[in-house]
Design a protein around this ligand. Sequence first.
Ligand code: SF4
Length: 91
Amino acid sequence: MSERLTVDCSNDPENLAWQSDALCAQTGPEIQFPESRASDKVAKAVCARCMVRLPCLEYALLNGEKFGVWGGLNEKEREQLLEQRQAQANE
Ligand code: SF4
């Protein structure tokens, strides 16, 4: 994923407005926090239709979210994205 936001997605309440458009708020948290990675397909499908996928992903990366699917990526995928970004920053 090469898309990247330039907005501040920190915990500042003024920067959390995107959460009011979170599609998963309508589907329930159990979908975004599946018990196994094998069952994260449904969560990813919800994220794919969500209009705030990018700010959600950046928020999860910035805040080190360790569990669940955020912005369409599971824990392992977010970890890999952070490693990619770090490697690019070090080039
Ligand atoms: S991208 Fe996914 S986890 Fe993030 S707010 Fe949207 S539906 Fe929820």
